[in-house]
Design a protein around this ligand. Structure first.
Ligand SMILES: *Cc1c(COP(=O)(O)O)cnc(C)c1O
Length: 433
């Protein structure tokens, strides 16, 4: 039996199903597994598909829980698209492509697993379940796509009007049916305040069965370990040495999954975190200083996070920063370097990066020569065509659009506009059923 505890109080323990449904612990902490079980490498190596690997990797976390019996189905439902590792250039450099899901970004893995798991957990037939999510761009699209067509759930997505890219807006507003999109006249912070306000209203929470499904839900973190397991096993078998990863980082969810996978014993070498100008994580890793600050807007907007919530999980893992020392680095990359990297790697390698992935590609070039010996993996968090307005002018060409994105772009946009006022959100929520 595996229980999950709050980062703020180890005696506050719940089952996995409760952690998945609840999102945040009642004391405001984040759920973490009471221990990280050692990976059975031989068993994992025998998995033939990503879904099979997910089942084997995640089974210990579901042990004794209601999810255990349906984990196999949930894994097949969620891991229905690949996470290929491709080689690039002539060095021992690879790319882990996490953008083959419905919204062309890595968040599809976590969002789809959470939706697939919740679908199969027992619930009262008449109970309502409403996911309310504020997004600055990518999260809302992934959550909407993951829950769309699952009639037991209602999804309400709030985004700041005019502050997301045209293609992101389309991904937020093209769903309909059980997904409603509210375009808010305000900033991302306004959207988040509206959502927080709704959660602070017990009658609303009760009536709608409000749930957050946001990036701090443990159900989004655990499945992200699976693609690191796959990539590291394949590359370590081929090189006879563990590969190292460079990961574009904002709220630290994606990178934390890699750190946890390494703690479990997967063959992973160094981990380098790439941030944009929002350098809270960089200062923490370098000096142990946790200094949240207001976020600044950058080209890699999905990483514009000034107070990364998952730092709390990192500190839980390694409060003294002992075990991670020398095995975890973090560096910041400015907008000018993002542009230069996109231009240069297009010219020199024929490879187009999204602005987020470009932070990792930039750091690869910045690695000290002594580190370059082994295999490095750049983690590609989104498809560049999703950020065509930024990337195409830099490379001077049109990017081909992946099929999943083309499908979304062809849909009709359905959204409702509201002012950034609690009464308007309230009104919209109550009209939904
Ligand atoms: C969300 C996102 C990130 C940052 O991931 P975190 O888990 O928040 O660190 C990086 N790149 C893209 C494209 C994203 O959507």
């Amino acid at each position: 039996m595996m229980l999950f505890e709050s980062t703020r109080d180890a005696s506050h323990r719940v089952t996995l199903a409760t952690a998945l449904r609840g999102g945040l612990a009642a004391d405001g902490g984040l759920y973490v597994p009471e221990r990280l079980p050692p990976a059975e490498l031989e068993g994992l190596q025998g998995a033939e598909t990503l879904a099979e690997l997910a089942l084997r990797m995640l089974a210990p976390f579901a042990a004794g829980d209601a999810l255990e019996a349906v984990l196999s189905e949930a894994a097949s439902d969620a891991f229905s698209f690949p996470a290929p590792v491709t080689d690039i250039g002539s060095d021992r450099l690879s790319v882990l492509e996490l953008f083959h899901g419905p919204t062309a970004a890595f968040k599809d893995f976590g969002a789809r697993f959470l939706a697939a798991a919740l679908e199969r957990l027992p619930r009262e037939p008449a109970a309502r379940f409403t996911v309310l999510v504020a997004t600055s761009g990518d999260t809302g699209g992934a959550v909407a796509a993951a829950f769309h067509g699952r009639p037991w759930a209602q999804v309400v997505v709030l985004y700041p009007r005019g502050l997301v890219s045209a293609r992101q807006q389309q991904q937020l507003a093209c769903w309909g049916n059980n997904v409603r999109t509210l375009s808010v006249a305000g900033t991302f912070d306004d959207c988040q305040d509206l959502v927080k306000g709704a959660f602070a209203d017990p009658t609303l929470v009760e009536r709608l069965g409000l749930s957050s499904a946001n990036s701090i839900n443990i159900g989004r973190l655990l499945p992200q370990m699976v693609y690191y397991a796959q990539a590291s096993l394949v590359l370590a078998a081929c090189d006879r040495a563990p590969p190292s990863f460079i990961i574009p980082t904002g709220n630290l969810g994606n990178a934390l999954a890699c750190i946890w996978a390494r703690e479990m014993g997967l063959p992973i070498g160094d981990i380098v975190l790439a941030t944009n100008a929002n350098r809270t994580v960089v200062d923490y890793v370098a000096a142990g200083i946790w200094q949240p600050r207001p976020s600044v807007a950058t080209l890699a907007s999905a990483m514009d996070v000034g107070n990364p919530s998952n730092l709390e999980r990192l500190r839980w893992l390694d409060p003294e920063r002992k075990s991670l020392r020398g095995r975890l680095e973090a560096w910041a990359v400015g907008d000018e370097e993002i542009r230069d990297t996109i231009r240069r790697d297009w010219q020199e390698l024929g490879h187009a990066w999204c602005p987020h992935t470009a932070t990792a590609a930039c750091l690869y070039r910045r690695l000290p020569a002594a580190w370059r010996g082994g295999r490095w993996v750049i983690v590609a968090t989104a498809h560049p065509a999703k950020f065509d307005e930024i990337v195409e002018p830099l490379i001077g060409e049109k990017l081909p659009i992946p099929d999943s994105l083309a499908e979304i772009l062809a849909r009709r946009r359905i959204e409702r506009q509201i002012a950034a006022r609690p009464e308007e959100l309230h009104q919209a929520l109550l009209e939904y059923r």
